[in-house]
Design a protein around this ligand. Structure first.
Ligand SMILES: Nc1nc2c(ncn2[C@@H]2O[C@H](COP(=O)(O)OP(=O)(O)OP(=O)(O)O)[C@@H](O)[C@H]2O)c(=O)[nH]1
Ligand SMILES: [Mg+2]
Ligand SMILES: [Zn+2]
Length: 285
């Protein structure tokens, strides 16, 4: 399934892309099917009809895309301004949905080399693959193309970071991109979900950069499991429900003090922990 609109679904069948509908009497309808779904299609009276949706491996909730292999989280440094908390929220969401996150620092042609290196190090040390690209000069695009080969990949990240332009550069096609400088900042240039076939037998989905992301609904003591570098060490903490905040004999605090966990990641962890704690409190009031 490539895309779903109110009255039409586009489905890839081998080399073709066909338009499908639903059989009138079946209870299957447009609201149950999402981009990324594997569907069974039959032909009746010359029209393609969807009669079955296969069980999903996962479903990204916003925007709805099924069976996602990985998400590339695109960020710039100054245009728009780097927002590590935003990146960390997306990564936590992805960990929650068990989707592999990859960091892409874009706009290499205009951003400060030192800052690009700093961001790359923060996420490499957390265990994420990082790539540095420029959608304008083509820097790093071979590496990015290698990553999307044979996979279903979602591009996520702040509005204006360059998701659509990167995909266009990869595909050699023109998607709708917006000019930050013309006051489009914060507006969603990319509005609807579709999967496009990428060179090398993969599929790519562009998404709009959301202006606000809510934290996934987790209990405070579970938040650490959404941080690979915390999760890895949490089992060795003295207290089973350690929040890695002020507890004694905490492996995470120990690693932090030795510089093995990035301070930026940890500060954002504490922010998200506070949100999760607030939410848990409200729930039990
Ligand atoms: N200099 C430079 N500009 C870029 C690069 N990538 C994207 N841009 C520009 O940044 C602006 C935003 O790019 P888009 O691709 O529309 O950003 P987006 O992430 O898709 O934004 P939304 O669809 O709003 O979420 C456009 O003016 C692009 O031309 C890059 O690598 N270098
Ligand atoms: Mg876009
Ligand atoms: Zn701990």
């Amino acid at each position: 399934m490539l895309s779903v609109h109110s009255s039409e679904c586009r489905v890839a069948i081998e080399e073709d892309i066909v338009s499908c509908t639903f059989r009138g009497r079946l209870r299957l309808g447009y609201s149950q099917v999402h981009a990324g779904d594997l569907v069974h299609v039959s032909q009746s009276a010359g029209a393609y009809v969807i009669d079955e949706i296969a069980t999903r491996r996962n479903l990204l909730s916003r925007p709805p895309i099924a069976n996602v292999d990985q998400a590339i989280v695109v960020t710039a440094i100054t245009q728009p301004p780097l927002d590590l908390l935003y990146v960390d929220r997306i990564l936590a969401q992805l960990e929650f949905e068990e989707i592999q996150g990859v960091i892409c620092v874009n706009k290499q042609d205009i951003e400060n080399e030192g800052e690009i290196g700093r961001v790359s190090r923060i996420y490499s040390s957390a265990g994420y693959k990082c790539v540095v690209t420029s959608a304008v000069t083509g820097y790093g695009l071979d590496g990015l193309a290698g990553l999307v080969r044979g996979k279903v990949t979602v591009f996520a990240g702040q509005s204006g970071a360059g998701k659509s332009k990167l995909i266009s550069a990869l595909m050699g096609v023109k998607l709708l991109t917006g000019q930050l400088s013309q006051g489009l900042r914060g507006r969603h240039t990319t509005r609807w979900v579709q999967l496009i076939r990428a060179p090398g037998d993969g599929y790519i989905a562009d998404t709009p950069g959301f202006s606000r992301l809510d934290l996934v609904d987790v209990e405070p003591h579970e938040l650490g499991f959404l941080y690979p570098e915390i999760k890895e060490r949490a089992a060795l903490c003295h207290f089973p429900r350690c929040l890695h905040k002020t507890e004694s004999r905490c492996e995470v605090l120990d690693a932090l003090s030795k510089g093995k966990i990035a301070q930026e990641r940890y500060s954002n962890y504490l922010m998200l922990l506070e949100e999760a704690t607030e939410r848990a409190k409200r729930r039990y009031e």
